[in-house]
Design a protein around this ligand. Structure first.
Ligand code: CP
Ligand code: NVA
Length: 310
């Protein structure tokens, strides 16, 4: 079996992603009744260890991967990028070779996407992208799971991305192709996702359109999605806040979507900026399920990477 890296949704076949999602749903069902009920995950990853490298901050990703490994019987080693020799200039290739001798898989949250690709290229064990400047595939898998829990199969549904054309937007573009949904993006000039990503999606079964009009993107939508206007590593804070101000998801914008549309946000959220408190904390928001589903999806990704799924 070739090493199973989980780097991006455009790098994996639709059937593999669907298999991972089905496993995530199964993992969640087994955990029904928690915290009082029994956790019935078995211990399929007993004796497996995951290294977790963080060059950027994290709450959900760190804890959900950590708990996923523990509940599947495995263990983790957390490495803060700046505290490792990588942070002092040891090469990515040498780091990959050494870690491959100790652990069974590597999860990394990195500043540069090409660094993660190099790590995967040199690693003998699976590498999982836990967010880069390009993409955030683990999160969008949890998003698709959350949408399907709330609204049924995502194929053919209209999803609206409103705001910055950032790493999450790019992964949603990949998801539109892999899960056959319509994606309408509304992003201001200067903050649009790369055109090449949209062209790739539309050449691979996606239906992706980009405009600068939040009302057009939200019209008749099944799901409105926001993300922070200032991602980790962004330095042009004032310019961003000014350009993105008209892209707030609020009650008026939600009204343009279908009456049963849901609101999603990967978190952390900034109430009063990209979303109002009324929407984020309102009845159509599924953000807490979305955060929980990170746990179930991480388990499924780990199981796939470590060869426990077909
Ligand atoms: N959504 C997400 O990835 O959250 P963290 O940055 O807290 O990991
Ligand atoms: N776009 C955000 C996502 C955080 C989970 C960032 O990269 O900071």
């Amino acid at each position: 079996m070739t090493t199973r890296h989980f780097l991006d949704l455009d790098a994996l076949p639709a059937a593999t992603l669907r298999r991972i999602l089905e496993t995530a749903f199964d993992m969640k069902r087994r955990r029904a009744g928690w915290p009082k009920g029994k956790i019935d995950s078995g211990a399929p990853l007993a004796d497996y260890t995951l290294a977790m490298i963080f060059e950027k901050s994290s709450t959900r990703t760190r804890v959900s991967f950590e708990m996923a490994m523990r509940q599947l019987g495995g263990s983790t080693v957390v490495m803060q990028g700046q505290d490792t020799q990588l942070g002092r200039g040891e090469s990515v290739a040498d780091t990959a070779r050494v870690l491959s001798r100790y652990v069974d898989a590597i999860m990394i949250r990195a500043n540069r996407h090409d660094m993660v690709q190099e790590l995967a290229h040199e690693s003998e064990v699976p590498v999982i992208n836990a967010l880069t400047n390009r993409s955030h595939p683990c999160q969008v898998m949890a998003d698709v799971m959350t949408f399907e829990e709330a609204r049924g199969p995502i194929a053919g549904k209209r999803i609206s991305w409103i705001g910055d054309g950032n790493n999450m937007a790019v992964t949603w573009i990949h998801a539109a192709a892999r899960f056959s949904c319509e994606l309408r993006l509304a992003c201001p000039a200067g903050y649009r996702p790369p055109q090449g990503e949209i062209e790739w999606a539309n050449a691979n079964g996606g239906k992706v359109t980009l405009s600068d009009d939040p009302a057009y993107a939200a019209d008749g939508s099944d799901c409105l999605i926001a993300d922070t206007w200032v991602s980790m590593g962004d330095t042009d804070v004032e310019e961003r806040l000014a350009a993105l101000k008209p892209y707030q998801i609020n009650a008026a914008l939600m009204k343009k979507a279908k009456p049963d549309a849901v609101f999603m946000h990967c978190l952390p959220a900034y109430r009063g900026k990209e979303v109002t408190a009324e929407v984020l904390d309102g009845p159509r928001s599924v953000v807490w399920d979305e955060a929980e589903n990170r746990l179930h999806v991480q388990k499924a990704i780990l199981m796939w990477c470590l060869g426990k799924l077909d």
